[in-house]
Structure formats: C-alpha cells, structure tokens
Write a protein that binds this ligand. Structure first.
Ligand SMILES: Nc1ncnc2c1ncn2[C@@H]1O[C@H](COP(=O)(O)OP(=O)(O)OP(=O)(O)O)[C@@H](O)[C@H]1O
Ligand SMILES: [Mg+2]
Length: 585
C-alpha cells in the first residue's frame, strides 16, 4: 500500500489521528489492533510505533437524493506505544512509551512488516533467553518470543473467564519449559515445576509427571506449623481459645522434645520440623482437662485417685490416662480443680473427631515413619523416577483441610528454598529454582480475610513477597482476579490476560497495568479461546497473541450434556458411589 495514502490530522501525546486519502487502497491487514509505524521525519531511521485503536467515517453519504453518493473518508485513531530506530547492520532498537510526534508531522505511514516485528521482539533478547509459546494474534506467521529468564524468575499471573484457555496456556508453557535444553543430553532438564491442580485436569497434559493425589499423598501432621495446626484443631471463635492455643502449643513443644531426645531441647520450638505424637498431645490435654490438685499440707500438685502426687506433668501426662482424686473440701482429703478443669470438653471432642476422621487419614497414616527428606523428595519430583513436573491433584482432598494442605506444601517448599540457599552460603546462585503454579488461586488466596483461608493465604503471600530471593516463583491462575489477595497480584511482573467478561475483573486488571496500556485492555472481553494480552517485563512490546495449543491437552471439564442425554437411560451403582463417601474402603 502507498505510504503516502495517509495524512496526519491530529496529534496528542499518545494518540495520532490519521486520515486515509484513498480508501480503495485498503487491504484487509489494516484492522483494529494492527501495528503501524510512522517515520519521525522524512528519510528518518526513527519511527513511532502505534496500534490502530478505532476508526471513524468522516463524510457519510449525503442524504440529499440529488447529490451523487461520494466516497467514504476514513479517519483512524492510533495509540502510540513506543519508538523504533533502525541501527547499522539492520539491527533495531525499540523503546516503550509514547511522546507524540514532532512538528510538523510526517506522513508516510506503513504497517509494521513481519520482519519489523521479528526484529522488535528479538532486539533485546539473546538467543539463549528466547522462550516462545505464542504467535501474534493477527498474524500467526510471527512468533512472539519472551525473555524466558524474566518470565520465570518473577511471579506471573494468567487470568481469564472460564473457558478462555488458562489451563491450556499453563500446559503449553510448562510443556515447552521442560523440553528446553542447552545441549543434546538425553536426560531430563533441570526444570522443577509444582502444579496445584484443584480440578484434577493436568495429569493428561503431563503423562510423565509425579502425580500426588488423595490416594498417595504423604503429609505428616507433625510438619504443620502453628497456624496450620490451629486451623486444623482450634476453633478460634470459642471463648477460651487462647487457653486452648497456649496449652496445645506447650504440649506440642514439650512432646517434640520428649519424642526427639537426641536433639538438644534448646533447639526445639513449637514450629521446628520435628516429629511429635498427636495421641500423646491429646492425652495431655485430656489430663489437663481432668486435673485435680491435692491441697493437703505440702502437696499443691496434681494428685491421682490412688494418692500418687504428680509434681511433674511431663512426661506422665503424655503416657498415662490418669484417674485423678476426687475434689474435696474435707480437711483430710482436701483437693481442688486444676486451672483448666472442665475447660476443654469441646476442644477434646474436636481433637478426637479430627484425629479419627477417616477422610484425614493421609495426615496421620505413616506419619511416624516419614522423614522431612522423604516429604521434600515427594513434593518436588525427586522420586524413584525423576520428574520435572509434580502435580498435586487436590480434587480428592477434603475441603476442610484444603487450605492447610496447600499452606503446608507451599511453606515447606519455601523453607526448602530458604535452607537450600543457606546451604550454598552465598557460594553460588540457587541451582534448582522452582515454579509453583496455583490453579484457581482465588480459592485459596482470596482477598477476603476469612479465617478458613488464613493458613494458605499467609504461606502464599510470603512466597509472593520473598520467594524470589530463594528461587521460588509463583504462577497464579484465576478466573476471578478481583477476588485474589492484592499482595499477591501486586508482586506479579508478567501477565497473560485472556478473555475477561466480568467488569470488576476487567477494571482490576486495567488498574494493574501501566497507563500507556490502558486501552489495550478494552480487547479483554472479546478475545477468543487461547488469545491473550501478553504484558510485562519479559516482553518488549505488549502484544495480543494466540497461545500455542499444548501437545497434550489438559482434561476439559466440559461435559457434552446433549450428547449424553440423547443416549439410553443409564443405571447407577449407588453402592459404589457411596463407598468412598462413607469411607468403607
Ligand atoms: N491456545 C488455544 N488455541 C485454541 N483453542 C484453545 C486454546 N486454549 C484453549 N482453547 C480452547 O478453549 C477451551 C477452554 O480452555 P481451558 O480449559 O484451558 O479454559 P480455562 O480458562 O482453563 O477454563 P476454566 O476457568 O473453566 O478452567 C478448550 O477446550 C480449548 O478447546
Ligand atoms: Mg482451567
């Protein structure tokens, strides 16, 4: 097309209005969203780059029947997004940002060519940093490379309404990451990715993954920290919850010392990752709840029914179910209630119910034989058959412990990163960096301060704030960005924004993006499945892209209702359905 077919008729700092002189010359590449370049001056090697934002029709046909219908005149509005300079040897330099066009404006406008695009996208990338998982939405001949180091070493977010293609994008990106190699070795590469899969859809996309689900998950309860144990066992809205907390903490800490006699007790705290025995802790609480103190001369310590005095509660309260003596005001048998007598009835009931809940068997079974090292290896795929990707299929985890389970796994992985770095002692950079992908993140890191999500929120927010230092990055995936903790989102440096239909979510995403990109977000409601706005530090030019389809797709949650309904009536084996439900395995 003739570059002189355009005339600039108005310029602001970031918008240029351009009249099209001969609309017959139009070709169909010229569309809303097309990128164009405008030379700074005539014969200049400097250009301004912009995106066509909209167009208007200038002279509508006259309504006067006697006037012959004229040609429509079009005016396009172009949003400026950066400048582009051609250097020697055909190299280019691209800078983001709009600064208008100097006076007088120069015409000679052209569409950005494929070659221009390729040069712009690559101009700040070394070959070894290039990571490609999408093409330009308007032209699939143009691959859009991002800086793989910058994408993965800072947190990123993938947001979009249901069905916009988030899970497919995760699968596509991770599949590519695990295939990247800096040589021709046969073994696995050194990528380590953990996916929290709440819908159970990723195992099909990663057949070689280390799959952890409700049937094989090994999480010993003794690894839980104070918040997590509190979530599991303590009802925070009960009147005496502070007494419950203090006695429980005391019992757990003392029991850790009791169970690990080889460790110097000065090094054991409530949160230290040492084993303790939950049954002994529960026994301690029951004894404290029943406690009677002998009040005769020289006693003033707990006293059993046989008259035995118990000056030291520990370890006896862990090992024996004590029958205490009767309370009495009689001079010869004087005995009074212990400080917590009768206070913990409901607490004990809850401890017993949780301890014996068959759905929580995975927390208590094998807990005594598991080591911290076993747990870590399981969590990051250092199992018998090594795996780049570990999938926590959380679909079978009881919802009442989902938050604490996610919290524990995330926290243990964070602490692994922390101690790994400490072990390296500054001698080298972290050489096994991890990426944690949280699918449907709004479910466990919501904005709301609901206590039931406190544990997972705290753990993930900590990674958002400090994880980078220890080689731990987050990939946050969500349908409802507006419902996710702001702390988490504000730490994300790269965004893959897919179709978003909810106005609250659109506004939220708009707020997170730099001002110059404001208008690009207008595309969000109209994107097709798999299309995304790619924004952030890893990409030189914010772009509308089509993400590559993954080689193996995640399982679609879509059910073909009509197809299934059209079939003949199907009988249901109700006994099998309720088997798991009732836990009669
Ligand atoms: N890159 C793509 N190219 C073409 N089609 C795609 C692409 N990504 C996804 N799709 C189509 O969109 C559908 C929905 O994708 P996906 O399950 O990834 O969406 P989602 O955003 O994860 O949805 P949900 O929020 O419900 O989990 C898929 O069945 C697939 O056919
Ligand atoms: Mg999905």
């Amino acid at each position: 097309m003739d570059p002189e077919n355009f005339k600039i008729i108005g310029v602001t700092r970031d918008i240029v209005s351009i009249e099209i002189l001969d609309s017959k010359q139009f070709d169909n590449h010229f569309n809303i969203g097309s990128y164009i370049k405008i030379p700074f001056q005539s014969d200049s090697s400097d250009f301004i780059i912009g995106v066509i934002k909209n167009y208007k029709i200038k002279n509508l046909d006259s309504t006067d029947p006697d006037t012959p219908a004229g040609e429509n005149q079009f005016i396009i509005e172009v949003e400026l997004i950066g400048s582009y300079r051609v250097l020697s040897e055909g190299k280019v330099e691209f800078e983001r940002g709009a600064h208008g066009i100097p006076l007088p404006p120069n015409n000679g406008i052209e569409l950005l060519s494929d070659e221009d695009f390729n040069k712009i996208y690559s101009c700040k990338l070394k070959d070894s940093e290039k990571f490609v998982f999408s093409d330009l939405a308007q032209n699939n001949a143009i691959a859009v490379p991002v800086n793989g180091n910058k994408l993965f070493n800072k947190h990123f977010a993938i947001v979009g309404s249901t069905g916009s293609g988030k899970s497919h994008s995760v699968a596509s990106i991770i599949q590519k990451a695990i295939q990247e190699k800096n040589g021709s070795y046969d073994d696995l590469n050194n990528s380590h990715i953990v996916i929290f899969d709440i819908g159970g859809e990723y195992r099909e996309a990663f057949p070689d993954a280390n799959i952890i689900d409700s049937s094989n998950i090994k999480i010993p309860y003794w690894l839980f920290d104070s918040d997590e144990l509190g979530d599991l066992f303590i009802e925070s809205n009960e009147d005496n919850s502070h007494n419950q907390v203090s006695q429980f903490r005391y019992a757990v800490t003392e029991n850790k010392k009791h169970t690990n006699p080889d460790i110097d007790s000065k090094n054991i705290y409530f949160d230290s990752p040492f084993r303790f025995n939950i049954d002994e802790v529960i026994r301690y609480i029951k004894n404290v709840n029943n406690e009677v103190i002998g009040k005769l001369e020289g006693e003033n310590v707990p006293k059993s029914i046989s008259g035995e005095l118990i000056p030291d509660r520990i370890p006896k309260y862990f090992t024996d179910d004590i029958d205490f003596c009767e309370q009495s005001r009689t001079k010869a048998t004087k005995a009074g209630p212990g400080p917590f007598k009768g206070h913990f009835e409901r607490f004990i009931l809850r401890l017993d119910i949780t301890r014996n809940n068959p759905r929580l068997r995975f927390l208590f079974e094998n807990a005594d034989s598991l080591t911290l090292e076993d747990v870590l290896k399981q969590f990051i795929g250092y199992t018998k058959s090594k795996a780049n990707v570990t999938i926590f299929d959380l679909s079978g985890i009881p919802f009442e412990v989902l938050s604490v389970t996610v919290s524990l796994i995330s926290r243990i992985l964070f602490e692994y990163g922390y101690y790994y770095k400490k072990m390296l002692d500054g001698s080298s950079e972290c050489d096994t960096p991890l990426l944690l992908i949280f699918e449907e993140a709004h479910k466990y890191v919501p904005r709301s301060g609901l206590t039931k999500y406190r544990a997972s929120r705290t753990a993930i927010e900590r990674i958002a704030k400090e994880g980078r230092k220890y080689g731990i990055t987050l990939g946050i995936v969500s349908q409802r960005p507006a419902e996710i903790s702001e702390t988490i989102f504000s730490q994300c440096n790269n965004f893959i924004a897919m179709r978003l239909t909810n106005p609250d979510d659109q506004n939220y995403v708009r707020k997170l993006l730099p001002d110059t990109l404001g208008d690009l977000t207008n595309y969000l409601p109209t994107l097709k499945a798999g299309e995304a706005l790619l924004i952030g530090e890893s990409i030189i030019l914010p772009s509308l892209v089509k993400i590559h389809m993954p080689n193996q797709e995640p399982k679609s949650p879509d059910i073909d209702y009509l197809d299934i309904w059209k079939k003949q009536w199907k009988d249901v084996n109700f006994e099998n359905v309720t088997k798991d439900w009732k836990n009669v395995t």
